[in-house]
Design a protein around this ligand. Structure first.
Ligand code: SAM
Length: 310
C-alpha cells in the first residue's frame, strides 16, 4: 500500500513551493496572540538527509532547495548542484517569503555549504510554533512514523507536539474546531492511490462543515491525470459553497534539458490550494513565485500562476 517515501523527494521544487507557502501562512497566523493548532495530516519522517541514499538516488533536491541555495550565493561560491545553468540573485534581492524559507532551511545546516539536512513540514512548522500553539502530526507509513516519532522525541516538546499513526484523511476532523478556534490544516498526501484525490475533498468538505473559519492548505501534483486536474476545481467549489476566500498557486519547472531527456523527468509541476488564506499570502507569493520560477525553471513547460477568489 505504501511505496511512497518522501525521502526520495525531500527539498524538490514541490517542497520549495509547499514550504514557502506554509511559512508565509504561519508567519501571519502567529501575529495574533491566541493559541493556534496546526494539523499536518500527512507528516512524513520530519527530517531528511540530502546526502543520504534516498535523496542521492533521486537527486531531486538539486532542482529545488540546493539550486535555490546556490542561486542566492555569489557566483562561484558554490558548485551548481543541477545540470541547468544557474541564475544568481543576491540574498537580499530575494522576495521576503523565499528568503524566509531559505533561512529556515539554512538554520538546519551549519557551515554554509549545500544543505545536507532538509526539514519536512513537521519541522518547518515546529520552528514557528509559540509556547501556546499545538502541533498534531499524522503519519501512517510504519518506517516514516517511527522516524518521525524519534525525530520529534529529540525536541522534548511534551504535549505540545503529538504524533499519531492514525489515518490523516479521517483522524484529524474530530480535532476541529480546536478550543481557541484558530487552526491551520496542511493536507499533503502522496496521491499514490487515485482515491486520495477524493479523500482530500472529503476531508476539506468535512473540515469546513465543522469549522468554516479554519485555514486549509492542500498540496497536489500537477500530473496528466483527470483527478489531479479536477482537484483544484473541486476545492474552489467547496470554498465558494462555504462563502470562503481561496488562493491557488502553481509552479512548473518544466522538462529537464534535452541532454537529460533519457532520464525520467519526474514531477515537473505542483500546486497549493489554500482556503481562508491570510490576506498577506497573495502579495507574499506574488513576489516569491516569479523568483522561484526564474531560479528553478529547467526547460519546456515552465511557468507559474497565482489566482485568488471568494
Ligand atoms: N508533509 C510532508 C512534508 O512536507 O515534509 C511530506 C508528506 S509525503 C508527501 C506524504 C506522506 O503521507 C508519506 O510519508 C506517506 O507515508 C503518508 N501517508 C500516506 N497515506 C497516509 C494516510 N492515510 N494517513 C497518514 N499518512 C499517510
Amino acid at each position: 500500500m505504501f511505496s511512497y517515501r518522501h525521502g526520495f523527494h525531500a527539498g524538490n521544487h514541490a517542497d520549495v513551493l509547499k514550504h514557502t507557502t506554509l511559512i508565509a501562512i504561519l508567519r501571519h497566523l502567529a501575529q495574533k496572540e491566541a493559541a493556534l493548532t496546526v494539523i499536518d495530516t500527512h507528516a512524513g519522517a520530519g527530517l531528511y538527509r540530502l546526502d543520504g541514499d534516498y535523496a542521492h538516488t533521486s537527486g531531486e533536491a538539486a532542482d529545488g532547495i540546493a539550486r535555490l541555495d546556490a542561486a542566492a550565493k555569489p557566483p562561484g561560491a558554490i558548485e551548481n548542484p543541477s545540470p541547468s545553468p544557474l541564475k544568481h540573485l543576491a540574498a537580499d534581492a530575494l522576495a521576503p517569503a523565499l528568503r524566509d524559507y531559505l533561512e529556515l532551511v539554512r538554520g538546519f545546516n551549519t557551515g554554509g555549504g549545500t544543505p545536507k539536512v532538509y526539514p519536512g513540514s513537521p519541522f518547518v512548522i515546529e520552528r514557528l510554533l509559540r509556547p501556546q500553539d499545538r502541533l498534531k502530526l499524522f503519519e501512517m507509513h510504519p518506517a516514516d512514523a517511527k522516524a518521525l516519532e524519534g525525530n520529534i522525541a529529540q525536541l522534548d516538546a511534551g504535549r505540545q507536539i503529538v504524533v499519531s499513526r492514525g489515518d490523516g484523511f479521517a483522524a484529524p476532523t474530530p480535532l476541529l474546531p480546536p478550543p481557541s478556534r484558530r487552526a491551520l490544516l496542511l493536507c499533503d498526501p502522496s496521491y499514490e492511490m487515485k482515491i486520495d484525490y477524493a479523500r482530500v475533498q472529503q476531508l476539506v468538505a468535512e473540515s469546513l462543515r465543522r469549522f468554516a473559519t479554519g485555514t486549509y492548505a492542500v498540496w497536489y501534483p500537477v500530473v496528466p491525470r483527470p483527478e489531479a486536474h479536477d482537484l483544484p476545481r473541486k476545492l474552489k467549489s467547496l470554498a465558494t459553497q462555504s462563502g470562503k476566500p481561496w488562493l491557488h498557486a502553481t509552479l512548473s519547472i518544466g522538462m529537464p534539458l534535452a541532454r537529460e531527456l533519457g532520464e525520467r523527468p519526474g514531477l515537473t509541476a505542483s500546486g497549493m490550494f489554500v482556503i481562508n488564506p491570510p490576506h498577506t499570502l497573495k502579495p507574499a507569493l506574488a513576489a516569491a513565485l516569479p523568483q522561484m520560477l526564474e531560479l528553478l525553471a529547467r526547460g519546456a513547460g515552465h511557468g507559474q500562476k497565482l489566482e485568488t477568489g471568494g
